[in-house]
Design a binder for this molecule. Structure first.
Ligand code: NAG
Length: 457
């Protein structure tokens, strides 16, 4: 009976405070033991519904199995399984039993699960709905100029791991570059090119500051050739995104009409013969002399300066009475080959005469006029081709150049009337021409001769 009574008292007291928490429940038990001290340990009561304190688990669930049914969650021997809510991890024992000492066999609590802290990607950032706890969603964005590659958001999953993988920010925005405007320029005078200069283009990029601008083709401040030249620039950013631009440099060569060479003459022109700044010089063939301007310039307005020159047959008077009067007429125009023979039967003269007659064209090309001094006084004669010379002229020539009447000789005078070479035996025309070509012709005449050599056969 006292056992039953005591049990009733305990039950009553317990019912009053059963809804309180763990600590209170425990102290109630202490209170009871003080009221009724038990010498040999507690008596076991398998029916006591609050033998252990009522199990509870914040953010979790306790599932107890008692032999006496559902409402006996804290009877002696009850076993409880602890499970945590989603997003919480169970720390401690997952299964506890109400023991004879009125305590549970273990403790447990639920700790909020966290995903690891997301690190910050270069050029990226993120914002999360609830930090790094379960079900928080973090949304990723990239800096301007960068594009996100991968999932735009990650969610902290129930198992404490993040969904998907970290997105990356890549720079896929190409740089911008703007070329100078296309331009046209006239070629420089006397040239088919012109120097063109421009400021190199500046490139910009949303992501990168320093960009390398690469020129493809001809550079600034160099000579551009006639026509259109395309100049390109390209630029890469650090992510190898490419951009480019181009412009056109056009060089216009101003030209005059092509000059016609004079009849019995030719032109020698500088540069490209008829471009702005080109100079053309008038020259006349052997036996002809120039009348008019010696040279003309192609002007900016596409017209030639001056008027065309003409080549007129060279005139000379054979009936002058002094040697110098004769020589003056050839000054700077003709070379003279003076042939002297004691008589027309002279072997060397006959041979020479034969060769000279055959090579008239070659002599003309070399601007050579032949003067013949034949025989001795009183039957002495002098001639240029068929035109007779005065005896005073013959005498004057013989004295000025010391030409003997007693033997065959030949003398070459240059265009200034200077005695350059003397021969006392027959010369083939080849030998004669070789001498003139090597020692008497100027550059211009040599070129001209080269062009017309085949003209004389
Ligand atoms: C070209 O320019 C020159 C000098 O600058 C001038 O004398 C000439 O008359 C001009 N010719 C034409 C066709 O305009």
């Amino acid at each position: 009976m006292p056992v039953t009574l005591h049990g009733v008292v305990v039950i009553l007291i317990f019912y009053v405070t059963v809804s309180s928490g763990w600590e209170e429940t425990y102290s109630n038990y202490e209170l009871v033991s003080e009221e009724e001290p038990i010498e040999e340990g507690p008596r076991l009561d398998y029916n006591d519904p609050t033998w252990c304190h009522s199990p509870s688990l914040a953010n979790g669930e306790v599932n107890c199995v008692s032999p006496r049914g559902k409402s006996y969650r804290s009877t002696l021997g009850t076993r409880c399984e602890m499970t945590c809510d989603r997003g919480y991890r169970l720390m401690g024992k997952s299964s506890v039993q109400c023991l004879a000492n009125r305590r549970w066999s273990g403790t447990a609590y639920c700790r909020r699960k966290r995903c690891h802290v997301l690190h910050l990607n270069p050029h990226g950032r993120y914002t999360c709905t609830q930090g790094f706890v379960v079900d928080s969603r973090c949304d990723f964005t990239c800096e301007p100029g960068y594009r996100i590659i991968g999932q735009h958001s990650r969610t902290c999953q129930a198992d404490g791991s993040w969904s998907s993988v970290e997105p990356v920010c890549t720079d896929d925005d190409p740089p911008k570059i703007r070329c100078p405007l296309s331009r046209a320029k006239f070629a420089d005078p006397g040239a088919l090119t012109a120097k063109v200069a421009w400021d190199p283009p500046v490139a910009t990029d949303t992501a990168d500051k320093a960009l390398e601008v690469i020129l493809v083709g001809q550079g600034s401040n160099t000579a551009f050739k006639e026509g259109a030249t395309i100049v390109r620039y390209k630029v890469y950013d650090l992510a190898r995104n490419r951009a480019g631009c181009k412009f056109i440099v056009r060089i216009v060569v101003r030209r005059c009409e092509v000059l016609k060479p004079p009849l019995h003459g030719y032109l020698s022109c500088s540069s490209d013969t008829n471009n702005y700044g080109a100079v053309c010089e008038y020259h006349c063939d052997g036996g002809y002399e120039r009348k008019g301007t010696s040279s003309r310039v192609c002007q900016f307005n596409n017209s030639w300066s001056g008027a065309p020159a003409e080549c007129k047959q060279m005139e000379f008077k054979s009936d002058v009475t002094t040697a110098s009067a004769l020589l003056d007429q050839f000054y700077e125009k003709r070379r003279l080959l003076i042939i002297s023979t004691p008589n027309l039967m002279n072997q060397e003269y006959r041979l020479q005469n034969l060769m000279i007659q055959k090579s008239g064209c070659g002599l003309d090309l070399r601007h050579v006029t032949v003067i013949e001094l034949l025989g001795s006084p009183p039957r002495e004669r002098g001639r240029i081709k068929e035109r007779p010379l005065h005896s005073e002229v013959i005498e004057g020539l013989r004295q000025a150049f010391r030409i003997s009447r007693s033997y065959f000789s030949m003398l070459i005078l240059d265009k200034h009337g200077v005695d350059r070479e003397r021969f006392i035996s027959t010369m083939t025309s080849d030998e004669l021409f070789a001498y003139i070509d090597d020692f008497l012709l100027d550059e211009e005449e040599r070129d001209r001769l080269e062009l017309h050599r085949d003209f004389c056969v």
